[in-house]
Write a protein that binds this ligand. Structure first.
Ligand code: DOR
Ligand code: ZN
Length: 345
């Protein structure tokens, strides 16, 4: 097969930032996806519906002319989030979920939840109103090994949350381990998960073998090969619990190539191309449409898109950089050849 047309996909986990970076990146997402769940970890974080609506306007204003892309907004859960705000999200047409970052887990997560038990009344309200909870599932205590943080979060926190709130809709974001895949597979239907392109493509050698490569550093960090294989199996299985979320997370090149480099891989420039390559390698191109275009929309209770996206099998080279002189961003696979290319939206 050298040409593939699918229903227009959506990205269920995306960082676009603000200002110059937003302007540099948003066209890449809008070129492929109908909608995207926009992460709220700005500085300061997006914690109220009012702020989310302002952020949404900024994103709409940065879109290429004529684009019909729709940003689906989320709020950042903090120790100060009120029950009233949960109700406001439930009533909002444009805000779709809360994002839970354990405090200190990742980029701009200082304002996240430090005391998980204190957030339980908020989970209760989300369950009651049917508001999805999106979880960055990593424990943060310095004593835990960075490669074990997802597994321990699942064992100690996530399993408790879903037990206490059996009807809460949860998206375990950016899975990275075999244990996480097994957990989601055996959980009830209201528990789903996103999978990024980098966790399907690479294992931790990409960051560390033969030199430190900061553009492969993201959180949760890439794991061993058997975890990658489990993720690839899950994504290509046709199980509707697993759907597309790039976690594309642009940082300035100078802040990635740094003595203390930021976490995040920029993949929006070639998201569908990267996934198509991996699905093809797994012999499962026929499963790409469900993963990219159906299961996420179904989980969020939104209509599936009606347009289409076509990918053509032809080699092209990813540019070394995007953005102008003040906002240089190095993409995933910079300077390398990709096998598939989006030809029309
Ligand atoms: O690598 C990451 N980058 N992981 C996250 O959870 C956040 C993201 C970011 O915002 O840069
Ligand atoms: Zn993210």
């Amino acid at each position: 097969m050298d040409r593939l047309t699918i229903t227009q996909p959506d990205d269920w986990h995306l960082h676009v930032r603000t200002g110059g970076i937003l302007k540099a990146v948003i066209g890449h997402t809008a070129r492929q996806f109908g909608r995207a769940i926009i992460m709220p970890n700005l500085k300061p974080p997006v914690t109220t519906v009012e702020q989310a609506l302002m952020y949404r306007q900024e994103i709409l204003a940065a879109l290429p002319k004529g684009s019909t892309f729709q940003p689906l907004m989320t709020l950042y859960l903090t120790g100060n989030t009120s029950l009233g705000e949960v109700k406001k999200v439930a009533d909002s047409e444009h805000v779709h979920a809360f994002k839970l970052y354990p405090a200190g887990a990742t980029t701009n997560s200082d304002a996240g939840v430090a005391d998980m038990d204190a957030a339980y009344p908020l989970f209760e309200a989300m369950q009651k109103y049917g508001v999805p909870l999106l979880i960055h599932g990593e424990v943060t205590n310095a004593e835990y090994d960075i490669f074990d943080r997802e597994k321990i979060f699942i064992e100690t926190q996530l399993s408790r949350i879903i037990q206490q709130f059996p009807a809460l809709r949860v998206v375990a974001e950016h899975l990275t381990t075999l244990e996480a895949v097994q957990f989601v597979e055996s959980a009830p239907g209201n528990i789903a998960a996103t999978i990024t392109p980098q966790h399907l493509m690479f294992n931790r050698n990409a960051i560390l073998a033969g030199g430190i490569r900061p553009h492969y550093y993201c959180l949760p960090i890439l794991k061993r090969e058997h975890h990658r294989l489990a993720l690839l199996q899950a994504a290509t299985s046709g199980n509707p619990k697993f759907f597309l979320g790039t976690d594309s997370a642009p940082h300035l090149t100078v802040l990635k190539e740094n003595s203390c480099g930021c976490a995040g891989c920029y993949s929006a420039h070639a998201a569908m191309e990267l996934y198509a390559e991996m699905f093809e390698q797994a012999g499962a191109l026929d499963k790409l449409e469900g993963f990219a275009s159906f299961y996420g929309a179904d989980f969020y209770g939104l209509p599936r898109n009606t347009g289409t996206l076509t990918l053509q099998k032809r080699d092209w080279m990813v540019p070394e950089q995007f953005g102008d002189a003040d906002a240089r961003i190095t993409p995933l696979k910079a300077g390398e050849t990709l096998r598939w290319q989006v030809v029309s939206a």
